[in-house]
Every structure is written in structure tokens, then in C-alpha cells.
Design a protein around this ligand. Sequence first.
Ligand code: ME8
Length: 550
Amino acid sequence: RMCTYKRDVCFYITTPIFYVNAAPHIGHLYSAVTADYLHRYKRMRGCKSKFSTGTDEHGLKIQQAADVAGKEPRIFCTEVSDTFKYLFQRCNISYTDYIRTTEDRHRRAVEHFWTVLQNNGFIYKGCYEGWYSTQDESFLTPSQVGDSTDRTGRDIKISLESGHKVEWMKEDNYMFRLSAFRSPLQQWLKDNPKAVQPERFHQAVLQWLQDDLPDLSVSRQRSRLQWGIPVPGDPDHTVYVWLDALVNYLTVAGYPEGHSEWWGSAHHVVGKDILKFHAIYWPAFLLAAGLPLPQTVYVHSHWTVGGQKMSKSLGNVVDPVERSERFTVDGIRYFLLRQGVPDSDCDYYDDKVVKLLNSELADSLGGLLNRCTAPSLNHAQVYPHFCNKCFPREPAGGDTDTRATREDYKMLEDVSRLPGVVEQHFESLQAYKALEAIAGCVRQTNGFIQRHAPWKVDLRDPQNQRWLDTILHVSLECLRLYGALLQPVVPATADKLLSRLGVGPDERGWETLHFLNRYHGKNCPFEGRKLGPDTGVLFSRLDRPDANQS
Ligand code: ME8
């Protein structure tokens, strides 16, 4: 299955564009790292991959936040957008495009898109009456609304899903014929069982589509909302911020000119909070515009702190820049993807990060690299030779010098299968399972070395030298695979590891993942090669945080 990939196939991956009403937190970084590993993985497979992220800057919520900050909206947006950009650059998020909805190229795309929807007969003038949440920029049906009280004890109505306050709104505006798309959307989901992943969310969308789909208000009166894109031909109205925001994916693809190369291969990473917008509104808009639908909407759950949603008012927001300084960039990337389970919410706490990184990156992986490259064992600092007599293909072979055990063969089997396992999990957004499988193999390789205790081998016997070399060769081959497979997740650490092994920059693609060629009687390009220079500890152990720090 490893060779089934066609080179130069296009892959286009996106994160949500983030609201600029508040600074980024660990949840935003999680979405970005998720999209980043997919982008890096696809590139490793030889795909042409485009990766976009950016900020969502229009709407009442942003207008209000700028007011509170006492700033011009445009200046306010630039400041906050820059904090997202800084975070992503710092954390090695390898986006190829950073989009801001206040850019001209985006306004042109939205205007064009709107005009196409209108010309196709899917936009009409009507009157919207119902509940609206400014925090979510979302319309709600009566069954999605419940009672609550605000901080001053007053009775208010809230969105049952987000808990945010809702208000009754009655306004003449432009409506989109969403109701026309209920059965086309059901058909799309039935024909494409992987359109929304993981499966649980695919089912959730189908469930929503069991209910009626009311038409959607897609504009606000200019008198209520100025901070946005005017409706083409009717400047008394402003385009609804979600229609504006979703079109960003097309803008980056080059819409309205020359988007066809990328548009057919769009994949969206989103949090579960915005699933409805991406799996119902967005495909309906696209169908109405006569454009292809996204290939996949990848959905992930949320990070909580102390079991609660992160929020400014609770004061429990985890700052990703600060954590990337404390735990290193690769440390926080590894933690998020190793512990983040897309299907369900995960609780964040610092001690969990320290324990995981110390055990898997510092001790297990770093320890393995140390052992195989330590000058005390590996005097010549080379990728040593493999001896087929020491480690024959047939475990019970006749007159060989084999010392390989049944567990060793089991390890070989597991490591050989690892690329396929990692591929499967990477592609279905289960990075944690991929990393778990890699960590399991690293443990087995450490066990292999422990079992054969190369430091005890008596080198006065030349046969023993061949056996020692074989142990090291096998271990380095394991490490080479682990390093290559970890590149999408911890690029800097993987680079350090592979460079130490002497693996060149063009020897790190998916096509290099043939494990232990020599065992299979083939040539190994690394055998006999000098190791790379020793650049120090692979991943430094971290101190446990004090109780009051976490
Ligand atoms: O919704 N855990 O922007 P937003 C994990 N502008 N991920 C989280 C998270 C958490 N606790 N909190 C947020 C918007 N996220 C719109 C999107 S797209 C055309 C427009 C991530 O700033 C997650 O991906 O509220 C979520 O969907 C997104 O940030 C929401 O970011």
C-alpha cells in the first residue's frame, strides 16, 4: 500500500480562520498543529500541498471588541491577527497562505460568490425573525434556546449548545434558500461516508438533517453592522459574517480566477463547535454556486481546563506561546497530538505534559538514540554492517550464528508494519494512535537493546563484533523509521535525529521507509556510512512544575 500514492497530486488543507476578538489559546494551536501535520505528511508522500490559516475579522463581535479596546477596527484587527501569526510562525506551522478577511482579494471573492448565488436564484429579499447569538454569530431555532441568568441576576436567553446569550432579532434582509439543500446534503453524506470524519460527527450531521432546514439570513442591515463587506449592489446591507468567513477557503484557492487546480481537493480542519457551518451551510453555498464540495471536513473536539471551557472570565486560558517556551515547540506539538483525541474533549494540565514528554521523547526516544550512537558502543561512529548469519530470515535456520530471539522477530514485524499503521491513523485524524504505535515500537527497540546488552558483548571474538554491529544496525534502522515518521509532528526533533544518523535531506520521504533492506537480502544505502555530527541531547528532560504553577 505504500506505493499507491501518485506524486504531484494536489492536497489543500485549511484551519478555521480565527476571530480576532481575543488572543490565541492552546485550542487554536491544536487546530493549527493538526492541519500542519496533515500538510507535512502529504508533502512527505510527494503531494503538492497547500495549507492556509488566518483570521476572521468582520462582524458585530469584532466591531464591539474594537470599541471596548478603544481602537479603530482595522488597527485592532491587525494587532490581534499578528499575535496569531506570531504564534504559528513560532510553532513551526508551515502554512503557505495566511488570509485575513479584511484583504481586498477576499472582498472581491465574496462579492463574486454572492453575485453567483444571486444569479442562480438562491438569494431573495425577506424578513428574518428569530434568535441570534452575537458571540457565535449564529441564528438559532426556539428548540436551541434555553433560560439562564446573567451576572447581575437578570433573566436571559442562551444558546443551549454554546451557553452564549441570544437576542430576538427582527430585520428585513437577504435570505439564502438553505431549505432547498436538505436532500442534496443528505445524498452527499450518503455517497461520501468519509466526508465528515471521525464517523461520530458524520452521524451528527445526518441527524441534524433529519429536521427541517429553514432558509438562512445572509445579511444584516448596515445600520446595525458596518464592519463587514457591503452586499453587492445594495450598500444598505452587510454580508453575514459566516458567509464572508467561509468564502476565505475559496479566496486562498484563487477564486474567482484559477481556483480549479486546488478547489477540488479541499480539506477543512475544524472544531466541533463550527461543524454546522462547515458541514451544512458551506456545502449548501457551494452547491448553490455550482462548485465542488470539500473532500473532507476533519472535526476535532475541545481542550478543557479543569473540566471547563477556557474563557477569559474564568481566567483559565492556557497561553500557547508561554507553553511553547516552557516545553519547547516540539514538546507542545507532540503533547497536543499525542493526547488530543478528536472524538472527545481532553483536559489540559501542565504536569501531564511534563510526564509525557519526559517519558516518550526524552527517556525513550532520546535514550534509544544515545545508546546506538554512544562512542563507547559505536566506536567508529558509523551505520554498522548487518550480518545475515547473525539475524537470518528464518528464525530456526540451520548452521547460522543466530542469537536473535522470537521477540526480536516480533519487533521486526511490528516495525515493518509501522508505516502502514501510521499512514492509516494520520489520514483518519487519529494522530494520537499513530504516535502511540510509534512509541510502542520505540519501547520494543529499547527492549531489544536491553535484552542483548551490547555493552556486555566480548569483542575479542570477531563473531561477536558482527553480532554487535547487527544489533546496532537494526536499532539504527528502527530509529531512522521513527525519525522519518515523526517529521510531520515534531519537525525539529526529527531533523536532529535523522541528521545524527547521517540521513540526508532527500532521504526522508515516504518512499525511503523500507525497513531493514539487508535483512531482506537487498542493498542498504546507509550501511557503512559515517554518522552525522553529535549535536547534543535529542530532547532535554523537563522539570515537574510546582503544584501552584499548574
Ligand atoms: O469560530 N479546543 O473562530 P474562533 C480545541 N471565526 N480547539 C479550539 C478550542 C478548544 N478549547 N477553542 C477554539 C470561529 N478552538 C470562526 C471560524 S471558519 C470559516 C470561521 C479552535 O476563533 C477550533 O478549531 O472561535 C474551533 O473551531 C476554532 O478554534 C474556533 O475559533
